[in-house]
Design a protein around this ligand. Sequence first.
Ligand SMILES: Cc1cc2nc3c(=O)[nH]c(=O)nc-3n(C[C@H](O)[C@H](O)[C@H](O)COP(=O)(O)O)c2cc1C
Length: 390
Amino acid sequence: MLRFETAGESHGECLVATLTGLPAGVPVILSAVDHELWRRQQGYGRGGRMKIETDTAELVTGVRHSQTTGAPIAVIIRNRDWKNWTEVLPVESYEGDEAKKKPLTRPRPGHADLAGAIKYGYHDARYILERASARETTARVAAGALAKQYLAQFGIEVLSHVIQTGTARLERPVEWDEIVALSKKTDVLMGCVDEEAEARMKAVVDEAYRTGDTVGGVFEVRAHGLPVGLGSHIAWDTRLDGRLAQAILSIQAVKGVEIGEAEEAATVFGSKVQDTIHYDKAAARFHRGANKAGGLEGGITNGQELVVRGLLKPISTLRKPLESVDLETREPASAAYERSDVCVVPAAGVVGEAMVALVLAQAMIDKFGGDSLKEARRNYDGYIQQVKEF
Ligand SMILES: Cc1cc2nc3c(=O)[nH]c(=O)nc-3n(C[C@H](O)[C@H](O)[C@H](O)COP(=O)(O)O)c2cc1C
C-alpha cells in the first residue's frame, strides 16, 4: 500500500511530505523533483509570494545512492519567507507584542478562515489559514514527483494543460504530443497548448488584475501509457474514478471534477457518448472509436489515455476585499488582504498531475505489489503477457 502525508504551514519553517510504500530500487533523480516544484511556481497571474520562494527539495530519508530503499521517504521544502515570520509563528510561546503575531480577525469569504476559527475556537484565523493555504501543495508536488518516477519505470507519464480561464476556453481536441511539447517549454504562462487561446486566457487574467478581482478555470490532467486493469468495479472504494475524484477535489480551490467528457455526456444521447469497441485481427488487439470516457469504464483503466479535469473557483483573496465581519468587534469589516495570486489554473494543473500520479502509483502498487522494483516488474510483465494472450 502506498501512503502519503504532508505537514507544514504557509509561512512556517518548511513543508514536509512523507511517502511510504514505494518499492526498493526505484531510481530517483533529485533535480526532477525540483523541476516539478519549479513548474508549480509558474503561471500567468501568480502573486508576490512565488517571487520570494525558489522551492527545492531535501530528500532526507528513504533514498540512498539515487535509489529508493523501500523505507519511508521524507522530503523537506524550506520556506525562504520564514525568516520574516519567526516572531509571528514561533514554536515556543513568547511574551512579546500581540500585534507581532499578525492576527487575522477579518475572515475572507471563500477561505477556511471563519468555519475553521469557529471549529477550532480561535478568534485569530491565522492558525487556520496557515495550514489551509495552498502552499501545502508544494509538499504534494514533491511526493507526486517521486510517484511519477516510479510510474516512469512502467512507461507511464502524467502531464497537464489548461483548457479554460474564466470565459476563455480552448475549443479543439488536444494531442498527447502537444502536451509533451508544452511541458518542455520554460516560458509556459497560461499552460495552454494553443497560442490563440492562450492569448485570450491572458487577457482575462489582465482584466482581473486591472479590477482587483480574481479568476478561476479548468485544467486537464492526462496519463499516458497505462495498462488495462488498474482499479476495480467490485467495490465503491476500489473504483479508480472515485479515487481520482477525491484526489482532485482535495486540491485547494478545486470545486468540480470531470472524467473524460462528462459534462458533454450529460447533455447528449448515449449513441454519441460511448466509445465503440473494435478489433484489429492483424495486430491482435482491441481498439476504441473514441475516448469520451477518459480511459475509465466501471472504475477500471481501459488502456486509453486517462483524462481528468479540475474546475477551479476564482481565488478567494481579493485586492478589492469582500464584505466580512471582525471576529473581535463583530462589526462589519472588509475581509483581510494578504499578498495573493490572481489566477492559479496552470499551477493547480501541476498539483493535479501530482495527485493523479499518486493515485495511479497506489493503484499500480495495489495490483503489482513487490518489495523491490525487480519484483514489481516481474509481476507487471507477467500480467502484460496475460493481457496479450487474452
Ligand atoms: C496553486 C494554488 C495557489 C493558490 N494561491 C492562493 C492565493 O494566493 N490566495 C488565495 O486566496 N487563495 C489561493 N488558493 C486557493 C485557496 O488555497 C483555497 O481557495 C482556500 O484554501 C479555501 O479552500 P477551498 O477553496 O478548497 O474551499 C490557491 C490554490 C492553489 C491550488
